[in-house]
Every structure is written in C-alpha cells, then in structure tokens.
Design a protein around this ligand. Structure first.
Ligand SMILES: NC(=O)c1ccc[n+]([C@@H]2O[C@H](COP(=O)([O-])OP(=O)(O)OC[C@H]3O[C@@H](n4cnc5c(N)ncnc54)[C@H](OP(=O)(O)O)[C@@H]3O)[C@@H](O)[C@H]2O)c1
Length: 284
C-alpha cells in the first residue's frame, strides 16, 4: 500500500510521514521542491503542485490512499477541487484524509461528493504556532506581551493531527467522518508561558497589553502571529481581526473533543508535553 502525502514537508505532513513509515507503510511525498524537501531516505519524493492537476494525477498513480491539503500558493483554498478529486478516483486512490483550514475551497465538497472514502480533519489552533509566534520574543527577553491573556484555546499537538490522519488512512471505520481535533484541555496564554517556563527552566513572563496597546504594536510591527497569514487585509485590518478573535474566541475554539483519543486510542498530547519537546526553541 503506497500512501501519498501532500504537504509532506509541512508541520503536520512531516509527522504524518514519520507515523506512516513507523507503521511500515510505503510513503510517497509530494513537494514543489524535492531538492530541499529533507525527507527520510525511505520516502519516495515526487515533485508536484496542488494547483497543477497533471502533477497530482502522476503522484496519485499507484497510491491507494492520500492525505490532501486543501490549499495552494499562499494558503489560498484550491479552486480545482473537482479535478483533484476526479484525478484521485481515476488513479485508483480509494481513501483520503482532508486537512481542513479556516475556509473551505472547492476540494472539500468535491471529495465529499466523490466515490472516495474520505475523512475530514478539522484541527483547532496548532500548538506548533507557538514556535513562530513566541519563539522570537521569548528568546529575546523572555516576555510575551499580548492582550486577553485569559482567553482559552483547545490547541492541538500537530503530531496528534498526524496520528489521526495515519489511523484514518490505514484502518477501517473512518469513512465519512469529520473529526474536530483538539488537545486535552483549553489553555490560556498565561498557562502556556507557565508551561514553557517550566520546560526551559527560564523566568518567562506574560505581560497583559490593552487591546489598544496591542493594536499599536501590531500595526507598527506586524507580529509573526500565524493567524496573520490567514487574517484578511492589511496590518490594521489584520490587527483588528486578531483582536476581535482574541476578545471573543468562538466556543468551538475552546471546546475540547475526544476525537484524538477515540481515533488513535491514545490521549491527546498536552501543551506541557509539547513545551518539553520544544524547550530549546525558547532559549536564547
Ligand atoms: N496553524 C494552525 O493553527 C491551523 C489550524 C487549523 C487548520 N490549519 C490548516 O492546516 C493547514 C496547514 O498545514 P501545515 O501547518 O502542516 O502546513 P505548513 O507547515 O504551513 O506547510 C505547508 C505545506 O504545504 C505545501 N504546499 C504549499 N503550497 C503548495 C502547493 N501549491 N502545492 C503543493 N504543496 C504545497 C508545502 O510543501 P512544499 O513547500 O514542500 O511544496 C508544505 O509542505 C492549512 O490548511 C491550515 O488552514 C492550521
């Protein structure tokens, strides 16, 4: 059984490749840049682009299952979903996992209405966002300056997203399921700083900003916040979007589900675990 992984060089994809290899599966990885993909030797690396259906059709050939990202360049939702789903079916792919994002494009409905056995993964905020969001300030002076320090997020460990994908791709019983993937608890920024302080042995602090202070900071110097990648508009609109989200996180964003445990049979990883694994990234 060869399993195609798109987004294989990404945050979730690398964990998925590792999980599938560890379980003894043949893995084919799609990337736009094979020369720099830096994937394990056992992986068959193929060049391809989600916006180029011909390259995907070639990559699907001989694969029985595939993990699909739903975006192309700049995280724009794909507009060629019908063609992608049709190419997968034509090539003999039987089962797919779909990694969902903020916005649905054409891929999700096309896959759901196809003959493919699909499983839709809808993760909440990735714990990994903390690397890019908080790595620079914590390495610099050990202080996180943000508004709404008590907002809660049921953020999920990216390895758990991959573990669910690996299970859904390789075992029965997941067709037609949509899994909302969360961590085992809803944590606040203050909690996260505390876990990172413990993991690094450093005196890290959270400093609460007023929304106005945050807006000034973010519009003057747009932060590396991962959410900025998908927030609409220019710096001012992005800052306002993030402020609205932080002020009033939708209930779904702070509601823990048992999907990781149910699908993988293992408890979802905690943020404390994630922090211990990544402590070095938060040291000067
Ligand atoms: N971050 C979050 O908090 C969060 C929360 C919920 C959902 N999500 C969703 O998760 C997804 C992002 O996953 P991720 O963080 O694992 O990705 P990522 O680390 O940002 O990596 C992007 C991956 O996509 C590949 N890629 C980008 N454009 C491509 C194209 N045109 N053709 C082929 N491959 C392309 C890249 O491969 P190459 O560069 O090697 O070609 C790379 O492997 C998005 O759908 C996002 O909406 C994220």
């Amino acid at each position: 059984m060869t399993i195609l992984v798109t987004g294989a060089t990404g945050t979730v994809g690398r964990h998925l490749v590792t999980a599938l290899l560890a379980a003894g599966h043949r893995v084919r990885a799609l990337t736009r840049h094979p020369a720099t993909a830096d994937l394990p030797d056992d992986v068959e690396v193929v060049r391809g682009d989600t916006t180029d259906v011909d390259s995907l059709a070639a990559a699907f050939t001989g694969a029985t299952a595939a993990h699909l990202i739903n975006f192309g360049h700049g995280y724009r939702p794909l507009d060629n979903g019908d063609q992608v789903a049709a190419a997968a079916v034509r090539a003999g792919v039987r089962r797919v996992t779909l990694l969902g994002g903020w916005a649905e494009g054409t891929l999700e409905p096309a896959v759901r209405s196809s003959d493919l056995e699909w499983t839709h993964l809808r993760p909440l905020e990735f714990m990994a966002n903390t690397l890019a969001d908080w790595g620079p300030p914590l390495r610099a002076d050990g202080v996180i300056r943000e508004p709404h320090g008590d907002r809660r997020s049921a953020c999920v460990h990216e390895a758990d997203i991959a573990a669910v994908a690996a299970t859904a791709l390789t075992t029965d019983g997941h067709a037609g399921q949509t899994y909302t993937l969360t961590g085992p608890e809803a944590v606040t920024p203050r909690d996260k700083v505390r876990h990172l302080a413990h993991a690094t042995g450093r005196d890290l602090r959270f400093e609460e900003l007023t929304p106005q202070q945050a807006r000034e900071l973010w519009t003057a110097d747009p932060p590396s916040l991962q959410i900025y990648r998908v927030a609409p508009g220019g710096p001012a609109e992005k800052a306002d979007f993030v402020l609205r989200l932080y002020a009033d996180t939708p209930e779904a964003g702070r509601t823990v589900t048992d999907a990781v445990q149910r699908v993988t049979g293992r408890p979802a990883r905690t943020f404390a675990t994630w922090a211990a694994e990544h402590a070095d990234a938060f040291r000067p």
